[in-house]
Design a protein around this ligand. Structure first.
Ligand SMILES: [Zn+2]
Length: 74
């Protein structure tokens, strides 16, 4: 991710960093409600990331679940 692509919710940002560290691709597409995506390139699956989730803790856990499921795909 480049400068300015940080998620405003720190729990979500931390989960996105863990996803990147595990080799997944994080994209910020600046849609109104959607912050972007976490993408697993080898199997072409993606997890949507919202800008203002109802619970940032739950949003972070969903990202972590996706990361765990896909960290060994490559
Ligand atoms: Zn995968």
């Amino acid at each position: 991710m480049g400068i300015g692509d940080r998620h405003q919710k720190k729990d979500v940002e931390a989960a996105l960093k863990r996803a990147e560290a595990a080799g997944l691709k994080v994209t910020h597409d600046k849609n109104r409600h959607r912050w972007g995506w976490v993408i697993c390139c080898p199997c072409n699956q993606s997890q949507v990331v919202y800008c203002t989730p109802q619970s940032q803790g739950e949003e972070a856990r969903e990202i972590d679940r996706f990361t765990r499921r896909h960290q060994n795909c490559a």
